[in-house]
Design a protein around this ligand. Structure first.
Ligand SMILES: Cc1cc2nc3c(=O)[nH]c(=O)nc-3n(C[C@H](O)[C@H](O)[C@H](O)COP(=O)(O)OP(=O)(O)OC[C@H]3O[C@@H](n4cnc5c(N)ncnc54)[C@H](O)[C@@H]3O)c2cc1C
Ligand code: FES
Length: 347
């Protein structure tokens, strides 16, 4: 099926396979169509149907509240063409920059699912073919028997990766969560699409680094720190990472974070923020490389960063309320410009 996109600045054409979402086919064709979550919640991918017939795969998608159905608007991440289509996108659209990691569909097998804490599972996907991705990007995964894709940020950083590492927080009643924490078995086949996301980190940036993560938002930050440490970014830059959880018993990756900090103890500081309890005495003894503080992660970050916002590039990820609070801090108190803030809302 031929898809024609009339964007604000120019037109694009590409082919979509039967059953392939209009957004995914366009991204795989090298067109940087607008999206944020790629899974039906944010509304960023909305487009107006000009000609042709399409099937809306998820009419109840939360992102539908941002479209005007009466005016023929749809979410490109949920729509599948039923013949040739023409869509209008009210945004500027460009091809991907040369050198951007190629976006493609593929498959992989679930490996090493393991509980990290009571409601967080680590798992890996062994890919059918190696992939490049940027630190801070995510893939969308489709599990057997679960309708639609779910976004998960890569924990590792590697070029030509055969294995992608992820963490998933359990959402009671959630499709992917119930599968992963319930019936999933190592070896199960997953469909994968990506890499996606613009909250990417390149060690060549001139700025210092601030990472603010709520809960499983730490996933992409692990990838960013792995790349930063691996490529000597902290030889010339400072970095702060804030990891918010409710209680110490909800925190994970503390050994890995300690090991990352040991590479740059003078320039990298890592603070675990506990919102629902005072810092237990054993925390500082068990993880001497890490700092601990009580409060919501944006509050803890705000105290630590006071007066130090010059020349910062910030990355934020996690549940929407945590991300929104951190964005307010960075914009209102830090006075960071929007181009120096990259975020993923795990909605
Ligand atoms: C950019 C990004 C990165 C993320 N990274 C992580 C991460 O690293 N770790 C983590 O724990 N979570 C992450 N999330 C959240 C994750 O994608 C899931 O929303 C969460 O795990 C709950 O999924 P679930 O299937 O258990 O819940 P559900 O409530 O079943 O589904 C949650 C989401 O899946 C999509 N969805 C649900 N039903 C359908 C359907 N019928 N058709 C199509 N789509 C559907 C929607 O986007 C919905 O909001 C991320 C989210 C985003 C947007
Ligand atoms: S990208 Fe389609 S709703 Fe978010």
């Amino acid at each position: 099926m031929r898809i024609r996109i009339n964007a604000r600045n120019r037109g694009f054409q590409y082919d979509a396979a039967p059953g392939e979402a209009v957004l995914y086919a366009g991204l795989a064709a090298g067109i940087d169509l607008p999206y944020e979550c790629a899974t039906g919640t944010c509304g960023t991918c909305k487009a107006k149907l000009v000609e042709g017939k399409l099937h809306d795969g998820w009419p109840e998608a939360p992102g539908r509240k941002y479209v005007k159905p009466g005016q023929g608007e749809y979410l490109m991440c949920q729509c599948v063409a039923e013949g040739d289509l023409t869509l209008e996108v009210a945004k500027f659209v460009k091809p991907f920059e040369p050198g951007a990691c190629r976006v493609a569909a593929g498959s992989g097998r679930l490996r090493d699912p393991a509980l990290l804490v009571h409601d967080v599972m680590a798992f890996a996907v062994e890919l059918d073919a190696p992939r490049d991705f940027e630190a801070g990007q995510f893939m969308v995964l489709a599990a057997p028997g679960v309708q639609g894709h779910r976004a998960y940020s890569m924990v590792n950083y590697e070029r030509g990766a055969r294995r992608l590492r992820f963490v998933a927080k359990k959402k009671p009643g959630g499709g992917f969560s119930e599968w992963l924490f319930g019936t999933a078995r190592a070896g199960a086949e997953l469909r994968v699409f990506g890499p996606l996301g613009k909250a990417t980190f390149q060690p060549g940036i001139a700025n210092d680094l601030v990472c603010i993560a709520g809960g499983s938002g730490i996933a992409g930050m692990m990838s960013i720190l792995a790349r930063a440490v691996g490529e000597g970014y902290f030889d010339t830059h400072r970095g702060w990472l804030f990891f918010g959880v409710r209680k110490l018993s909800d925190a994970f990756f503390l050994e890995e974070l300690s090991a990352l900090r040991a590479h740059a103890p003078e320039r990298l500081s890592i603070t675990v923020a506990l919102s629902d309890e005072a810092v237990p005495a054993e925390a500082r003894q068990r993880w001497p490389q890490l700092a601990f503080d009580q409060g919501f992660v944006h509050e803890v970050a705000g105290r630590a960063l006071k007066g130090q916002y010059q020349n910062i590039r910030a990355y934020v990820a996690g549940p929407p309320p945590a991300v929104d609070a951190a964005l307010r801090l960075l914009l209102l108190e830090g006075k960071l410009t929007a181009d120096n803030i990259r975020y993923d809302k795990f909605s």
